[in-house]
Design a protein around this ligand. Structure first.
Ligand code: 5GP
Length: 210
């Protein structure tokens, strides 16, 4: 976005919506933090990504993910319908383009929750977004959280821990690092809100390329 030249219309500038990418290692608590943000009713569109992974017991189609079979995913790919897509732990995941564009077009901030490799891809495509890394208080704590998850079997856990260590090394590409402390979900959600409020007033705003 170019700065206003004939009038100092900073309010128009602040009305421009943001694309916020929230990432971090598996197990850090991305879902819990975003759920708390949702409960706080901060006006933002949470992008629901598509996946070919089987639905878990407690998940809802269209809310947690858009669950697709391989053919549907192929069709969506063929029509260039994903902003980013990747294979994560053997399943395909993708960010539907029209959801992001639709929300931004109506002036609403969007949050894209994605793994670190996805965040890197999106940053290459759209460096004008806001990139937030959720970090665990320590690697020991991350391991404890991953172990506490029932859906992961032993071998899978080791793989996720390995990936998590590599993901922690990508932290420098993010604009913000927010530590998701134990029992402090509200503070973490508040920090995200504060970042979004402040970014609305960033000057000059970084151009979005979506
Ligand atoms: P899960 O299957 O456990 O819900 O998610 C596995 C990983 O895939 C998580 O780290 C999650 O953030 C990531 N993920 C979810 N949607 C997408 C997406 O659209 N693109 C990419 N690259 N990763 C995604």
């Amino acid at each position: 976005m170019t700065p206003p030249n004939d009038s100092l219309d900073f309010e128009a500038l602040a009305a421009q919506p943001l694309m916020v990418v929230v990432s971090g290692p598996s197990g850090v608590g991305k879902d819990a933090v975003l759920l708390r943000l949702r409960e706080r009713e901060y006006p933002v569109h949470f992008v629901v990504t598509a996946t070919t992974r089987p639905k878990r017991m407690d998940e809802r189609d269209g809310y947690d993910y858009i669950f697709m079979d391989e053919d549907d995913f192929d069709r969506k790919l063929a029509e260039d319908g994903f902003l980013e897509w990747a294979v994560v732990y053997g399943n395909r995941y993708g960010v539907p383009k029209e959801q992001v564009r639709g929300a931004l077009a109506s002036g609403i901030d969007v949050i894209v929750k994605i793994d670190v490799q996805g965040a890197e891809t999106i940053k290459r495509l759209n460096p004008g977004g806001v990139y937030v890394f959720l970090a665990p208080p320590s690697m020991e704590e991350l391991e404890r959280r991953l172990r506490a998850r029932k859906s992961e079997a032993g071998g899978d856990l080791e793989r996720r821990l390995d990936t998590a260590r590599q993901e922690m090394e990508r932290m420098p590409m993010f604009d913000y690092v927010v530590v998701n402390e134990n029992g402090r979900l509200d503070e973490t959600a508040e920090a995200l809100e504060a970042i979004m409020r402040a970014e609305r007033w960033r000057y000059p705003r970084r151009a979005m390329t979506l």
